[in-house]
Design a binder for this molecule. Structure first.
Ligand code: NI
Length: 169
């Protein structure tokens, strides 16, 4: 296993659109293992392949308290969304230290292949539903701060670039 480096906003690679995964082969199994390790190490609850600069439709999630319930979604598709929505505070490993409200469906049903390539339907609500929507956005090249006002987004962009310059010193 290996830790992968996580792209930081506003890296333009975060805006790439991920391609479907044709088969869950050894390369994908390795990528899943590496992404899970990277997510746990970074203390995140979700990580999309886009964030590790792999532009394929793969997400790993673990919203459990004990950090022992990994969920792997390959080629995820939303098949149902609840009529109700809510604004939830979100953060992102690609935008460290920034938290803000984004409107999401309260519940979703998502169809995806698991780590063995088996097609499943997951019924999600609460934090898991929010996390799935956030991570699926990454696969479409969208970072949560891009929902915020241009003013807020620019402020965040400047802050991120400043932190990255300081890190580089
Ligand atoms: Ni994120």
């Amino acid at each position: 296993m290996a830790l992968l480096s996580i792209l930081r906003y506003p890296d333009p690679c975060l805006n790439k659109i991920a391609k479907p995964i044709a088969s869950v082969d050894a390369r994908i199994v390795q990528l899943v293992a590496d992404m899970l390790e990277t997510m746990y190490e970074a203390k995140g609850i979700g990580l999309a392949a886009t964030q590790v600069d792999v532009h394929e439709r793969l997400i790993v999630i673990d919203v459990s308290e004990e950090r022992d319930q990994p969920l792997v979604l390959i080629n995820p598709q939303l098949v149902w969304t609840s009529p109700a929505t809510h604004i939830n505070e979100e953060g992102c490993l690609s935008v460290p230290g920034i938290y803000d409200g984004v409107e999401r469906f309260d519940a979703v049903h998502v169809q995806a292949q698991d780590a063995r390539g088996v097609l499943r339907t997951i019924e999600a609500d609460e934090l898991l539903a929010v996390c799935i929507q956030h991570e699926m956005d990454h696969l479409m090249g969208k970072v949560f701060v891009e929902y915020l006002s241009p003013l807020k987004r620019n402020r965040i962009k400047k802050k991120m670039l400043k932190v990255q310059r300081e890190d580089a010193l």
